[in-house]
Design a binder for this molecule. Structure first.
Ligand code: OKP
Ligand code: ZN
Length: 348
């Protein structure tokens, strides 16, 4: 099985994020996450590493607005100039918004510091010098995996960071800048019906945003109830799509502490939506932060649970692109990820 991976993710390593209560803490999405997973994959016999290809800007702009992508590409350099003008005491290495538009406000600022708030939903998406290159390479990783499916592979694993499922058409959030899984799904959907299954701990609000009003891509999202967990503002069970997209989005929410049995029961409901739709391709947004020992998550899925999750999704027997999202317990991240991915490697 091909694992699409590039070292370019190391260019994105912001020194901090700002968490609940204003705590300035090391960013959970750090390069070390990839080292854990690469290390575990190298111990298998089935993982064959390949580099992402270059897909140009077109498949990115099929998902994200041009003004947003332009901000991601140029915002940091503009910020360096602004920070210099702001004078002493300003750390120019991180561009992070501190002002957000209130609901209904549409005024678009001109400064990088203003735009950083305009194009973000939270304090968890700092932009550094290498962020755009890493985010673009991450999206290309997903596209390369999608191309492998089009070339006849039964499955592929895009091992990418930064993750993508919180990034919407024109906003970043929750460590995410470009929505890798959505970009791959959009790329695949001209070749057949596509379903996205998001099993990261957090609701994939960006993916929901991107496909919400269209039936082209069925989105099924299983996650911690946003009434207690990030991203707070979407992922509720009664959000089912709008207009032509009505009925093509499903949110399945989980209570704190959900164990393997409860998790698998909800997963089965999500899998039935996918079976009924008979998609030609499946994109799996995979986050290992559902693990019992995850430092951000509050679910109780075990390593054995990951194995069964992989088995049940692979049993759909649909050509599947697995795209890495979250997962922050670096002692178990490698093993848990291998459990899910190898279910596909041995199935085909
Ligand atoms: C990205 B992915 C933690 C606050 C949560 C953002 C989490 C982003 C998770 N104290 N902040 O879905 O794993
Ligand atoms: Zn997550």
């Amino acid at each position: 099985m091909y694992v699409v991976y590039s070292e370019v993710h190391r260019m994105h390593h912001p020194p901090f994020e700002i968490a609940e209560g204003g705590t300035k803490q090391p960013m959970f999405d750090a390069p070390q996450r990839m080292d854990c997973i690469v290390g575990a994959l190298r111990h298998t016999e089935w993982a064959h590493f390949v580099e992402p290809g270059d897909f140009g800007v077109e498949p990115i702009l099929a998902v994200h607005s041009a003004d947003y992508v332009d901000f991601l590409r140029t915002g940091y350099v503009r910020w360096r100039e602004e920070a210099a003008a702001l004078g002493a005491g300003i750390d120019p290495t991180v561009l992070l918004g501190v002002s957000w538009p209130p609901r209904r406000a549409l005024g678009r600022p001109k400064t990088a510091t203003g735009l950083a708030g305009y194009y973000a939903m939270d304090t968890c998406c700092p932009i550094t010098a290498g962020t755009y290159a890493a985010a673009l390479t991450s999206a290309y990783g997903a596209l390369t995996g999608a191309q492998l499916l089009l070339d006849g592979e039964k499955s592929a694993f895009a091992l990418v960071r930064p993750p993508g499922h919180h990034a919407g058409r024109d906003f970043a959030g929750g460590y995410c800048y470009l929505n890798n899984a959505s970009i791959a799904a959009r790329f695949l959907c001209t070749h057949g019906k596509v379903a996205v299954l998001d099993i990261d701990f957090h609701a994939g609000n960006g993916t929901q945003d991107i496909f919400y009003n269209e039936p082209a891509v069925l989105t099924v999202d299983l996650h911690a109830d946003p009434d207690r967990q990030y991203p707070y503002f979407s992922g509720y069970a009664d959000e089912c799509g709008v207009g032509a997209g009505l009925g093509f989005h499903h949110n399945l929410t989980l209570p704190a502490g959900a164990n393997d049995a409860l998790y698998l029961a909800e997963l089965d409901k999500g899998l039935q939506f996918i079976r009924d739709a008979e998609p030609a391709y499946l994109v799996l947004s995979f986050g290992a932060d559902i693990f019992a020992g995850d430092p951000i998550g509050d679910l109780s899925v075990t390593t054995g649970g990951f194995e069964e999750i992989g088995r049940r999704i692979a049993a759909l027997d649909i050509p599947t692109l697995i795209v890495m999202e979250g997962g922050y317990n670096t002692d178990h991240l490698g093993a848990n990820t291998v459990m899910v991915v190898q279910a596909f490697a041995v199935a085909h």
